[in-house]
Design a protein around this ligand. Structure first.
Ligand code: ZN
Length: 366
């Protein structure tokens, strides 16, 4: 069946919905390289930037047009000499960091472009469908915080920008006034309510600016929550950890706001005292926040490989996740004698990919 106007053709609801979502699907997926990858180097989407030809201009010979990933990649590295165009540094570093061992044992496969681990999930698809840039989010640490479960849930919702402040409600189409009910000056965003509003700001200063970082009032919401929930600092109050003060603090500010909005109660000037009181009460009940767990000394030392074997130790890191990554390794014999070592700039990669890449590099340098 053919028609000059494709949209006039009769089709099922499912097919119509699939066509509607095709653009989101294309933006949200890419190929993960497999063994002897048959993907076209320029025209298939296999980097985080989509097809390379859509972002790199310049003439290509017919031979270059048809070049495949497997023509450039080998276990020893990338053969850049076959390309006449120079790749932008960010893309070059991303490709450079793809460990060859990654695509040594499986076929090309489609993965999600909107999550850090490549697995599909509905929330990342929803963000893409709304036209927003994907945000890689790892919030598992929230569930390890030693605070009340309801505060953990509250922090989780803050991370997902889903606390029902007036600005959030308006962004979902509700007809509400977005002005902050506490100061009547600024839009009530989550970061405004919990930090920047003068009610919150004076509360945090009363709680002890001495332990706060210099960028406390300038970080974005996620960094602000993560930094304060991961710090090892003690607060000024009975050596209770700052994490407890902070977590109780944001919860108390939210509760206080709701009392003002929904119960018409007057705004309190002494929220910080209530926070200290609740934090002390929690810390006394949950002893572990005051009494540090005794440290157990454990000897960590290099152990010899079995007779006739060599041992390769590697370590790598990335500045950001993903970010510029580098690392190195050392190869030793069964007697512990140095055999070989190496250091490498890996490119732009996650710390996990960097660690895997080093293992591959180490095994090939032997
Ligand atoms: Zn305000």
């Amino acid at each position: 069946m053919s028609s000059s106007n494709e949209n006039s053709l009769s089709s099922s609801r499912i097919w119509k919905a699939m066509k509607k979502g095709m653009d989101v699907f294309k933006r949200g997926t890419r190929w993960s390289l497999g063994r002897d990858s048959n993907l076209r180097f320029w025209y298939d989407s296999w980097t985080s930037n989509g097809p390379l030809r859509s972002i790199i201009y310049g003439p290509l010979t017919r031979e270059e047009e048809e070049i495949k990933v497997k023509d450039l990649a080998s276990i020893d590295g990338w053969n850049w000499g076959k390309l006449s165009l120079i790749l932008p540094p960010k893309i070059f570093l991303e490709i450079q960091a793809m460990p060859r061992s990654h695509f040594a044992n499986e076929e090309d496969r489609i993965i999600s472009n909107a999550t850090a681990n490549g697995n599909f999930n509905l929330s990342s698809a929803y963000i893409l469908a709304n036209g927003e840039a994907p945000q890689f989010f790892d919030g598992k640490w929230i569930w390890k915080l030693k605070v009340l479960p309801r505060i953990q849930s509250f922090i989780w919702m803050c991370f997902h920008n889903s606390i029902a402040t007036r600005e959030r409600l308006a962004s979902r189409g509700l007809q509400v006034d977005t002005v902050c009910p506490m100061c009547n000056l600024h839009p009530e965003t989550i970061i405004h309510l919990l930090r920047d509003c003068h009610v919150a700001a004076s509360c945090w200063q009363s709680l002890g600016m001495g332990v706060l970082s210099f960028d406390f009032f300038s970080l974005d919401l996620r960094s602000w929550l993560a930094n304060n929930c991961k710090t090892t600092s003690a607060s000024n109050h009975l050596q209770i950890s700052w994490i407890v003060i902070f977590a109780v603090g944001i919860w108390a500010l939210w509760s206080h706001r709701n009392r003002v909005v929904f119960k018409n109660m007057p705004s309190s000037q002494a929220i910080h005292r209530d926070i200290i009181h609740r934090a002390v009460e929690y810390a006394l009940v949950a002893q572990s926040t005051i009494t540090k767990q005794p440290r157990i000394a454990r000897n960590i030392r290099w152990e010899r490989p079995n007779r006739g074997w060599y041992k390769l130790n590697t370590d790598g890191s990335s500045l950001g996740n993903p970010g510029m990554a580098s690392g190195g390794g050392i190869l030793r014999s069964e007697s512990g004698t140095w055999v070989k070592d190496f250091t490498r700039k890996i490119g732009i990669a996650t710390s996990f990919v960097a660690e895997c890449g080093l293992l591959g590099m180490g095994s090939t340098c032997v």
